[in-house]
Design a protein around this ligand. Structure first.
Ligand SMILES: NC(=O)c1ccc[n+]([C@@H]2O[C@H](COP(=O)([O-])OP(=O)(O)OC[C@H]3O[C@@H](n4cnc5c(N)ncnc54)[C@H](OP(=O)(O)O)[C@@H]3O)[C@@H](O)[C@H]2O)c1
Length: 336
């Protein structure tokens, strides 16, 4: 059993605790720290979590094996490095960081101190995405040609002006930082690393805060192409469609953590021009948050790494950085 501490006890920190507390045999939250303890006192009491006065106290505690970071984006890398130096395993919410150099340093600090680092990309635990990957691996979809994705919602309207979610240093390229990185991670899982991006990003609705309308063209190193969009001043929706040389699959819905269906449509080789109707595949309901935390806990107990130098987690931040540059410079940017 991994004894975890929750750091940042806001919306998502609470969701992560609720996903496993009293339900898991491999991870349990025993302690927590947050900027404004008074806001989290009742929640911690309900969940049997000792609320301590600082992050430093958690890192020096002998009762804590791992920290789970659900803090603003710009804090992640420094918090990871401090945890690695203290010998604590780290589960950090996405994105790993907002610049690739700091993200690489954070991953290297974990490797050097032999602690497990995982990034909260819960889409990888969606059964539909796993099935799409199997379909590519076993040839049912044929050669991967193109992926389209979007992840949108009314985030721009949700927070008061002073909230960190409106700070352009926390959310460069608008919805890409909070939402689009999930789609990029799913794309990396299916298609491998991205070679270059072309992006447009604008604030079209409000007079303050992050960009609300961001769209991108992607070129994967293996040759496939992709589109990606994030609009954060509209109603909630997400979608990913994966095109292969034998057919396509599409997954999406309103709530990204609760979508249990996927449409699939394949060419009939004997009658290529016939317009076939897609079939609907249904998957068992699962908690992707519990699955990702248990995956992390099992790896930490086995002292097995998850995020590695040169891996998808740092590459995702490099893609984000290239998107920010491309939107600024108005040209295609190679992902370093
Ligand atoms: N995987 C997913 O699907 C998913 C979904 C949502 C969010 N997330 C991620 O989870 C992380 C946290 O997001 P959230 O929505 O939970 O945010 P949130 O509700 O604003 O919570 C942030 C927490 O961090 C604390 N904090 C510490 N230092 C802070 C500072 N300098 N400025 C602001 N807050 C500070 C806040 O303390 P106070 O109590 O004092 O505000 C709060 O407890 C982010 O990385 C986000 O991208 C992931």
């Amino acid at each position: 059993m991994i004894r975890a501490a929750i750091v940042g006890i806001g919306t998502w920190g609470r969701n992560l605790v609720a996903a496993v507390q009293g339900k898991s045999e491999v991870i349990r939250f025993v302690a927590g720290a947050t900027r404004t303890p008074a806001k989290a006192a009742e929640f911690c009491k309900q969940h049997g979590i000792e609320l301590v006065d600082s992050y430093g106290s958690l890192l020096s505690s002998k009762n804590v094996d791992a920290v789970v970071l659900a803090t603003p984006h710009s804090m992640h890398c420094a918090q990871i490095i401090a945890a690695a130096k203290a010998g604590k395993h780290v589960f950090v919410e996405k994105p790993l960081g907002v610049d690739a150099a700091s993200a690489a340093q954070a991953v290297e600090a974990c490797a050097k101190n032999k602690v497990t680092l995982a990034v909260g990309y819960n889409w990888r635990f969606q059964p539909a995405l796993a099935e799409a990957k199997r379909m590519l691996e076993d040839g049912r979809l044929g050669k991967l040609l193109h992926i389209e994705g979007n992840f949108c919602g009314p985030s721009a309207y949700r927070f008061a002006r002073a909230h960190w979610r409106h700070d352009r240093d926390e959310v460069p390229a608008g919805g890409m930082t909070g939402r689009g990185v999930h789609v990029v991670d799913a794309m990396l899982y299916l298609a491998g690393h991205i070679g270059s991006v072309f992006a447009q990003s604008d604030r079209l609705v409000q007079d303050h805060g992050a960009d609300d309308t961001t769209s991108m063209l992607l070129r994967f190193k293996a040759g496939a192409t992709g589109y990606l969009g994030t609009v954060i001043a509209t109603a909630e929706t997400w979608r990913m469609q994966v095109f292969g040389s034998k057919g396509w699959v599409e997954v999406g819905g309103v709530e990204h953590l609760h979508t249990w269906e996927m449409k699939a449509c394949f060419i009939d080789p004997a009658e290529v021009v016939r317009k076939r109707q897609p079939e609907t595949l249904t998957f068992a309901k699962t908690s992707t948050e519990r699955a990702e935390l248990e995956h992390f806990a099992k790896a930490a107990m086995a002292r097995r790494p998850i995020a590695l130098p040169g891996g998808d987690e740092v590459h995702n931040v490099a893609v984000l950085e290239a998107i920010v540059r491309s939107a600024h410079e108005g040209k295609r940017i190679a992902v370093d």
